[in-house]
Structure formats: structure tokens, C-alpha cells
Ligand binder design. Structure first.
Ligand SMILES: NC(=O)c1ccc[n+]([C@@H]2O[C@H](COP(=O)([O-])OP(=O)(O)OC[C@H]3O[C@@H](n4cnc5c(N)ncnc54)[C@H](O)[C@@H]3O)[C@@H](O)[C@H]2O)c1
Length: 269
């Protein structure tokens, strides 16, 4: 796929979706932005289509997928909550999204997985492969492992190109996460670079990759993302001097605080 003309983004009103809206703008490209929350147009000439709907609604998702070349699935719960919510929105919702894409003939899908699918892997060895088998730290992490498995299934059964990205932490700066952000940050510009690489890579099949910047303190392998053409240009270390001058406690596990927060309870991390 060279340059998809119409891209559907679910969860587009969320943090990553809003950061991508301007960064992924291109001449000749239309972004179709779907969210449960209503969205407002920003500029008169902004080439976007705004849809309100749920990723759990098969009819709404099929309609949203019509005429789409590629899909970026961000919608759902982005942190821990009850099992019932995770099951409905994150796991069932991902199946609904993938099946709508299949029915509509969308051949390229990017799934927003998370480091929390492998949150209980040790954090003390650099170069953690992107295809490390799941060791979720929460129900949320289980849903991301299920998302990866569903992506693999839809590739193997239907030949769709599906790339699941284990995102570290994508915010304007790494600072909200404290020292952990220096390890896990995916800068918004790098996130856009990564999405573009995933959209344009020829026939990737099913891939599981890390979504992080080239952080000095990173423990994650970038080889798998670089094989798709991703080249990070950012490093969270540039923000290190803005953190409190305390020696950061080394993280024991990849998932950090998610590993000790109460299971199934909404958390603010
Ligand atoms: N931001 C990060 O650092 C990070 C890290 C790892 C993974 N991720 C994943 O990336 C994705 C986007 O993250 P984010 O930070 O933008 O999250 P966010 O919480 O800011 O946004 C999620 C969006 O999904 C929407 N949504 C919730 N339920 C929905 C439904 N049923 N139908 C349609 N839309 C629904 C919400 O309204 C919200 O706008 C999430 O799947 C998250 O798990 C994010």
C-alpha cells in the first residue's frame, strides 16, 4: 500500500487521535475520525469526516469502514477498568472492528496494543523483542494480548495486513510519567512516523512491533518497527533535566505501576 487515500481512525477524540489529526494530514488524503464522543471540525479546509459511534456496534463500524483504504484502531479503554467493560469495549470491540474491516474489504489495519500486554516481563534487559509472548499485568493488558491474537487471526484467515503496535507511552512529552517516561516514551511525531511506516510498508502480513522512540534508556527492540521503515527521530532523554533530581528507582517490570495497582479498578496512570 503506497499512500492510502481514506483512513478510518477509531478513538480519534482521544489523546493519540487528537495528536495525529494534524500530523497525518496529507494532500489527497481524507481522515475519517470515529469516536464515541462527539467531535468538532477545526478548520474549514480540514479534510476530515467526523463520525460518532461505538466500536462495539457492528452496523456502525461496517458503515464507517465503507470506502476506506486503511484503519487505525485506537478506540476503547486505555487503562485498567472492570472486566465487564474491558471484555465488551476492548476485546469484543476489536473483533467487531476487524470483522467490519474484513467485510468492507479494508486490507490494512493498525491496532493500538500496549506494553501492558507484556507488563510482567522483566524490565532489566535491554532489547526486549517485540514478539515476546504475553505476560499481561491487568485486565487491560489481557485485552491488548487478545487484540494481538485477533489481529493475527484476521491476517491468517483472511489475508489482511495487520500490524499490532505495543505502544510504550504516547504523550506530548514524557514528563507526565516521571522517570518511567524516559524509558517508554513514543513522541507524537515518532508516532505519526510509525503509523505512516505501517501504512506504506509493502505486504507486511501480520506484525507485532514496539511503538517507542529511540530513547537512551529504552529497553525495547526497535528492529521490528525499523524493518517496516520506521526511523525514530526523538529521544526522551532531552527531557531528563526537567524531572526532579532524584535517582529514578529502576522498574522491575515492563508494566511499571500497572503491575501493583488493584486488578479491575479504574486507575489514573
Ligand atoms: N497513550 C498511550 O500512552 C498509550 C499507550 C499504550 C497503548 N495505548 C492505546 O492507544 C489507544 C489510544 O490511546 P489514547 O491515549 O489516545 O487513549 P484515550 O483514552 O485518550 O482515547 C481513547 C478514545 O477511545 C474512545 N472510546 C472509548 N470507548 C469507545 C467506543 N466504545 N467506541 C468508540 N470510541 C471509544 C474514547 O472516547 C477516547 O476518545 C488506546 O487503545 C490505548 O489503549 C495508548
Amino acid at each position: 500500500m503506497n499512500d492510502p487515500k481514506r483512513i478510518l481512525i477509531t478513538g480519534a477524540a482521544g489523546g493519540i487521535g487528537r495528536m495525529m489529526r494534524t500530523r497525518m494530514r496529507r494532500d489527497g488524503r481524507m481522515l475519517r475520525l470515529l469516536d464515541l464522543a462527539s467531535q468538532t471540525p477545526s478548520a474549514d479546509d480540514e479534510p476530515v469526516e467526523l463520525l460518532t459511534g461505538s466500536v462495539t456496534d457492528p452496523d456502525a463500524m461496517l458503515a464507517a469502514c465503507e470506502g476506506v483504504d486503511a484503519l487505525i484502531h485506537l478506540g476503547g479503554h486505555s487503562r485498567e477498568t472492570s472486566w465487564a467493560e474491558i471484555l465488551d469495549v476492548n476485546i469484543n470491540g476489536t473483533q467487531v472492528v476487524l470483522d467490519a474491516a474484513r467485510q468492507a474489504g479494508v486490507t490494512r489495519v493498525i491496532l493500538a496494543s500496549s506494553n501492558h500486554s507484556v507488563g510482567f516481563r522483566d524490565a532489566d534487559e535491554p532489547g526486549l523483542p517485540a514478539d515476546s509472548s504475553p505476560r499481561p499485568d491487568t485486565y487491560y493488558g489481557v485485552s491488548k494480548a487478545a487484540m494481538e491474537a485477533l489481529g493475527s487471526l484476521y491476517h491468517s484467515r483472511f489475508g489482511m495486513d495487520v500490524i499490532a503496535i505495543r505502544i510504550g507511552s504516547c504523550f506530548e512529552t514524557p514528563l507526565p510519567l516521571g522517570p518511567r517516561g524516559l524509558i517508554t516514551w513514543l513522541s507524537p511525531d515518532d508516532c505519526a512516523r510509525l503509523f505512516e511506516a505501517c501504512l506504506s510498508a509493502p505486504s507486511p502480513g501480520y506484525r507485532l512491533i514496539w511503538g517507542v522512540s529511540a530513547n537512551t534508556r529504552s529497553i525495547f527492540s526497535l528492529a521490528e518497527a525499523e524493518a517496516l521503515g520506521y526511523r525514530s527521530q526523538d529521544d526522551a532523554e532531552a527531557y531528563a533535566d526537567q524531572l526532579a533530581p532524584t535517582e529514578p528507582t529502576p522498574e522491575r517490570y515492563v508494566g511499571g505501576g500497572f503491575c501493583t495497582a488493584p486488578l479491575g479498578a479504574p486507575n489514573p496512570l
